[in-house]
Design a protein around this ligand. Structure first.
Ligand code: ADP
Ligand code: MG
Length: 499
């Protein structure tokens, strides 16, 4: 071999080594980045951990905060609002009743015909429409006039299927799902607007009175018989079908709960008297907080950037408005710290670009190659060419977010059961003696619970873990479909004279 040949051979060997080294280096870097991605998810998972011991701490904290909120106004982040509902529908109600449901993006009017014990709800008619954006930020007069007009239009189109007697009075249940301080079952002052509404002149005013005035002005003869929020409506409908129903939970865009409390446990209102000795209490549990809640840096960032920092802490870990957003911020961090999603991650940096229903659809993808996840990423986030490994990691993030949310709801429910002495521990209102578990029904409503089966499974699993099989089998979660409107009509029936 000549000098030249030797030189070429050495050159080739050096080049081969360099290429091999570069390849090894690239693979090592890529592996490092993959491990970084896994590490980010693993850290998040650790932060979200909800072993049963921690859930029990949340249960205890919920029961303690309930006591504190019942002891004095401002005694807890739980408002524990009195509803003055001391009797729930039992199935004997008869006649035609109306309801208005205002509490989110949609506004609904309903008419139900009740046939008493045997025939129950004979007929039922609903109309729904979005609340015009300008009315959400206008004056209370305009908003209530719009509502009254919609109602009048609905009532005047009396329906064939309904048999109204000439002398029947018309009673209305008003579901108003914003925090109100009630002074009777049919009146209450608005504490504050939420969910994008801001009509300053209504704050502090009796919203039932505002509605009644608008109705009368429009020449309609109708009495606002009850003013409730959506949880109370849900409880009413649940109780109408099953009298072992003692609480209601909503898990939709937001989350809240109410339950039946003994009047003598409502310390902040001494001398409060009802015939039944009980009253429904609206917990406003979305605002629950405890240091035992598993909070991560992502939750803190979400709260900081929200329009209501330090508010609705429980809701921000649980409800449909936020779950997709939590998952998005975790995935964005993964994208920043690794390149496993490729370059096209701009859309992932847009707040709320991953909605909870989309997150749920990815989570529930059972196909072996996660093709639904791929489709959702491509269509909604413009993230194409993701590897199967990356898609699996995404599903894991969805799972962590949802599992924590569902388990926290379970802890919240057991907190209520503990407070009313139905968690099998023998504490709560029932005194210290351990009693036989009683059949206990919780009415549930809300898109997140109803449409997300893995969420439901995790919730049920956690209930059994916390309560044990024996007690858990007596606790029944029952969907109370459209309870927020129907329940208000039932309460209007229960509270108006011609029951
Ligand atoms: P609202 O709470 O506004 O009264 P719903 O009870 O219908 O309305 O709940 C709607 C919420 O439920 C949505 O904001 C969404 O977050 C959640 N949701 C709806 N469908 C699904 C789904 N398939 N999977 C998971 N969450 C869902
Ligand atoms: Mg609702």
């Amino acid at each position: 071999m000549g000098r030249v040949g030797f030189g070429v051979a050495v050159g080739c060997a050096v080049l081969t080594c360099a290429i091999a080294a570069a390849l090894v280096g690239k693979r090592a870097r890529s592996r490092r980045r993959w491990w970084r991605a896994v590490e980010v998810v693993r850290e998040f998972e650790e932060g979200c951990d909800t072993p049963v011991g921690r859930l029990r701490q949340v249960v205890d904290a919920m029961a303690v905060e309930m006591h504190a909120g019942l002891a004095s106004d401002g005694g807890s982040k739980l408002k524990m609002l009195l509803t003055f509902v001391d009797a729930l529908p039992d199935g004997n109600e008869e006649g035609i009743y109306y309801a208005l449901d205002l509490g989110g993006t949609n506004f609904r009017v309903l008419r139900v015909q009740l046939g008493g014990k045997v025939s129950r709800i004979l007929n039922h008619q609903v109309e729904s429409q979005p609340v015009p954006q300008e009315l959400m930020n206008g004056t209370s007069e305009n908003l209530f006039d719009f509502i009254a007009l919609t109602l009048k239009d609905f009532v005047e189109r009396e329906n064939d299927g309904f048999q109204q007697k000439k002398d029947d009075g018309r009673a209305l249940g008003f579901t108003f799902s914003f925090p109100i301080r009630q002074i009777s079952v049919s009146s209450g002052a608005l504490i504050k607007w939420t969910k994008g509404f801001s009509i300053e002149d209504a704050v502090g005013q009796d919203v039932a009175h505002l509605l009644q005035e608008a109705i009368t002005k429009r020449g309609l003869t109708m009495q606002v018989a009850v003013l409730v929020n959506d949880t109370v409506g849900t409880l009413a409908l649940g109780h109408y079908y099953d009298q072992d129903t003692v609480a209601a939970v909503i898990i939709g865009t937001g989350t809240n709960a109410c339950y039946v409390e003994r009047v003598d446990a409502i310390i902040k209102c001494q001398g409060l008297y009802t015939n039944s000795g009980v009253m429904v209490v609206n917990m406003e549990w979305g605002n629950f907080w405890s240091s035992h809640l598993p909070r991560t840096s992502y939750d803190i960032a979400l709260d900081d950037e929200s329009p209501n920092p330090n508010d609705q802490g429980f809701e921000k870990m649980i409800s449909g408005m936020y779950l997709g957003e939590i998952a998005r911020t975790v995935l964005l961090r993964v994208a920043h710290e690794s390149d496993i999603f490729g370059d096209a991650t701009q859309n992932l940096s847009v707040p709320f670009s991953l909605s909870t229903p989309l997150m749920a659809a990815m989570h529930e993808d059972n196909s072996p190659d996660l093709s639904q996840v791929r489709g959702i990423l491509e269509e909604n986030l413009q993230m194409s060419d993701t590897s199967l490994k990356a898609r699996k990691l995404i599903v894991r993030v969805c799972d962590i977010v949802t599992r924590r949310a569902a388990r926290l709801v379970a802890a919240g429910i057991v907190g209520i059961l503990k407070k009313i002495g139905r968690d099998g521990s023998g504490g709560g209102n029932s005194g210290k003696t351990k009693s036989r578990p009683r059949r206990t029904v919780i009415a549930i409503e809300g898109g997140l619970y109803v449409s997300y089966s893995i969420f439901r499974e995790y919730l049920n699993e956690a209930l059994v873990e916390i309560l044990g099989e024996d007690v858990a089998q007596n606790v029944i979660l029952r969907v109370s479909e459209d309870g927020s409107g129907n329940g208000a009509a039932l309460l209007a029936a229960a509270y108006s004279s011609d029951r």
